[in-house]
Design a protein around this ligand. Structure first.
Ligand code: IPE
Ligand code: IPE
Ligand code: MG
Length: 253
């Protein structure tokens, strides 16, 4: 074989290091469905299947934290029938999948405003967190009734109350302290945020935590998302150079 000939078997792609925290804006269920003449509800049902596959893949790939945007604070403006579908799917997801998630040592966390949710949904979310609290494989953070501006406002209100009570001085309100009063202050910021469906915006998702996240937008509608799509987004992430305001690229996951 001449020195310039391509080897017949290209070397296998090196397994990549998984980003520690991946967050996903699962978008495009409705468009996936209407492209097939199906109802939006069917699109959401297929979206839950894609979610199951993605959680499994995230664990296999070695991601430590996976945040999923399931229902935004602004999604209440959708028609009541669609909201019923989405609430029903969340209920079913927790009832049907919680045991398996627990078995796979997935720890479930929930971010978003829980106070104004239906009491049954609230109880399910509390139960999921309680049952899985000691698990140590993958942390699945479910952003439900979540809006980042609302989350930051909640943190500001907590701090304002502490200032009024004389516990802290206004000058103690730093970026770190605000971060410590968000819904899940113990979690690292997302390294990678993926949005499916081709839309290129954050739609009020993790605005504070996304300060230095890499954003990857993929054209795939959420129901078609799978392990290969996740790996493709991670490969794109690895092509980015993260500098965090400095001059030198930071390596690591
Ligand atoms: C994402 O799909 C699911 C939720 C926002 C709950 P959409 O329902 O937004 O689907 P499109 O964007 O209309 O296609
Ligand atoms: C963001 O998607 C919310 C979720 C994926 C849960 P939307 O479909 O609600 O966002 P917009 O309205 O297109 O910005
Ligand atoms: Mg959408």
């Amino acid at each position: 074989m001449s020195r310039l000939a391509m080897p017949s078997n290209p070397p296998p792609i090196q397994p990549f290091e998984a980003p520690r925290h991946v967050a996903i804006i699962m978008d495009g269920n409705g468009r996936w469905a209407s492209a097939r003449g199906l109802t939006r509800g069917e699109g959401h049902r297929r979206g839950v299947e894609a979610l199951r596959k993605t959680v499994r893949a995230a664990g296999e790939i070695g991601i430590s934290y996976l945040t999923i945007f399931s229902f935004s604070a602004e999604n209440w403006s959708r028609p009541p029938s669609e909201i019923r579908d989405l609430m029903g799917l969340l209920r079913r997801f927790i009832r049907n999948d919680l045991a398996e998630l627990h078995q796979n040592r997935v720890k479930v966390r929930v971010i978003g405003e829980r106070n104004d949710l239906d009491p049954e949904i609230r109880r399910l979310l509390d139960e999921a967190e309680e049952l899985t609290r000691n698990n140590d494989k993958l942390t699945l953070i479910v952003a439900f009734n979540y809006g980042a501006r609302q989350e930051i406002a909640r943190a500001a209100a907590k701090l304002a109350a502490r200032v009024r009570a004389g516990e802290i001085d206004p000058s103690a309100v730093t970026a770190d302290l605000i971060g410590q009063n968000l819904d899940a202050p113990d979690l690292p910021d997302p390294d990678l945020i993926i949005r499916t469906s081709g839309e290129q915006r954050l739609s009020n998702f993790l605005l504070w935590q996304a300060a230095y996240s890499e954003l990857v937008f993929v054209p795939t509608y959420w129901p078609d998302f799978d392990r290969a799509a996740l790996e493709g987004a991670i490969a794109e992430y690895h092509r980015r150079e993260r500098r965090f305001g400095g001059l030198i690229a930071q390596t690591g996951s």
